[in-house]
Design a binder for this molecule. Structure first.
Ligand code: ZN
Length: 254
């Protein structure tokens, strides 16, 4: 046995031991109700997971997501899996994968979204997953892009490639969450661009984000994608925030 592999084995053993110790001292609990997780439960207990408020978007093709875009943007299909409610379990979930260094949670939720996309068959023609990009500075600060991790989860279920870097964010719009309506749309103008438009030519892409609220971000991405020859854009988000302004999901930054 080489000296390097000896130390590598010791390192692996130590990290397994530390993981078990952490489990023993801080057993994983439900992000929402705090109950200890059992068996195959992850992040949320089965009761809280079951209680997540699903939209009817997968059943009704005419839905609130579509009505956000349909009259102004030509696109294939659009859905959100859950409806945001400020009192529900989605709030800690979104918070955890945005602010608590939790890319695994975004991947996990991406798998759930992927299962629903696959079983609906409305997205069978999709060839490529495209996450809504963060500005590089913000991605460096957070350590990951939650929309990319969602895409990885979807890809794991649907077996589709993810295009990480072709669509990119060229303007950092930190303060845009403080704006609303028209001001927000103006702030997002030309916030996104493509490195290589030819890569998406003739492709059916699925644009993926964690939350859709005012539609300004997805709309700005579509502005960058629509000039590509023969492109079809479909869109999916984990959550739609469609309630009264008081109930809307308000990220501190993204
Ligand atoms: Zn729970």
């Amino acid at each position: 046995m080489g000296i390097l592999s000896f130390f590598s084995d010791i390192g692996k053993g130590l990290s397994t031991m530390l993981r078990s110790l952490r489990h023993l001292l801080f057993p994983p609990s439900c992000l929402f109700c705090g109950d200890l997780l059992q068996g195959s439960e992850r992040y949320l207990c089965a009761r809280c997971q079951m209680a997540l408020p699903e939209t009817l978007h997968f059943i009704n093709e005419t839905n609130t997501f579509e009505s956000l875009f349909r009259t102004t943007i030509p696109f294939g299909d659009g859905v959100s899996l859950y409806r945001f409610s400020r009192h529900g379990a989605l709030r800690p979930v979104l918070h955890a994968f945005k602010y608590h260094d939790n890319p695994d949670l975004a991947f996990y939720m991406g798998r759930i979204l992927g299962e629903r996309l696959q079983s609906s068959h409305r997205f069978d023609g999709v060839e490529l997953l495209v996450p809504v990009p963060l500005h590089p500075r913000r991605e460096r600060r957070r350590g990951y892009n939650q929309s990319y991790e969602l895409c990885r989860g979807i890809a794991d279920v649907m077996g589709l490639p993810v295009s990480k870097d072709n669509l990119y964010r060229c303007r950092n719009t930190t303060s845009q969450t403080l704006l609303s309506g028209w001001d927000r749309l103006l702030a997002m103008q030309e916030a996104f661009a493509l490195n290589d438009p030819a890569m998406f030519e003739g492709k059916h892409v699925l644009l993926v984000d964690d939350v859709v609220t005012t539609s300004a971000t997805l709309r700005a991405c579509c502005d960058a994608l629509l000039p590509v020859d023969g492109i079809t854009i479909s869109m999916a988000t984990l959550v739609i925030s469609e309630l009264s302004p008081r109930d809307n999901y308000r990220p501190k930054n993204r």
